[in-house]
Design a protein around this ligand. Sequence first.
Ligand SMILES: NCc1[nH]cc(CCC(=O)O)c1CC(=O)O
Length: 304
Amino acid sequence: MNKVIRIGTRDSELALWQAKTVQAALEKLGHESELVPVKSSGDLNLDQPLYEMGITGIFTKTLDVAMIKNEIDIAVHSMKDVPTALPKGIIEGAVMKRANFSDILVHKGLDFLDAEGIIATGSLRRKAQWLNKYPTHKVVDLRGNVNTRMQKLEDSDWNGAIFAAAGLERIEIKPDNFIDLDWMIPAPAQGAMLIVVKKEDEFCQKAVSALNHRETEIAVHIEREFLKKLEGGCTAPIGAIATVKDDIVHFKGSLLSIDGSTKFEVEKEVPVDEIEGFGEACAEEILNKGGKELMLEFKKVMKK
Ligand SMILES: NCc1[nH]cc(CCC(=O)O)c1CC(=O)O
């Protein structure tokens, strides 16, 4: 039996690009699909509270709900926005080949780097890593989708703002001035897209499984295992990147205090056929170096 696969998407330019990319890939495989725009709204009425169904992600919950209400068959997410535990009844269908995973600084001239600067980002991870490297700088909060953030930077007196390269590349924004922050450790799964499907939907599982990119899947699973082991349900400045080359996985991970003054890092390699528990082992190394105390502090602050 064939059916038209309903692809749920949010209405930001980046989300639409990602959904259309999956649609094109499915079409190549001979599958018919349609895009179903899902508006994020306060109207998330369900029989059960969201938390009971394991729905937690602020970027993903709208599509999770649409999926559980059977308004859509699959959803496409930036994988770094997806909580490590998926909602009940929703499973990973495929991880698409990773794009550029770097963070970049969009700036208005770099003279400020060695002096005092104001950098904008809404990400704790970026803030902490930036302040660790440039302790004399100030970091201000910046939120909104990619287009909004670019506009706010332009209208401000900030020296620069940090973006995921993949986000800008996907919607073809080419800033006049930017540098690759090759020293910054990206968010776990940055640059990767995840297609989620319903646990009972074998048709869609089979359809999207052909889009899975094995190497990316291995890398992001290690990164997310590292994240999960460290954070235990609380957000902290955590970076992780795994790359696979010649059947060896190379991993770099970090945990920082929010003001950037404390940093724990781990760098490790493992053969691709020995990755069982590797992400967790990397996290344990961080915890043993002092990360445990730092995570306890985060948990205390969150409860206040
Ligand atoms: N949190 C927002 C978000 N989610 C995914 C991307 C870009 C694509 C990606 O990183 O995979 C972005 C923008 C950004 O971080 O600048």
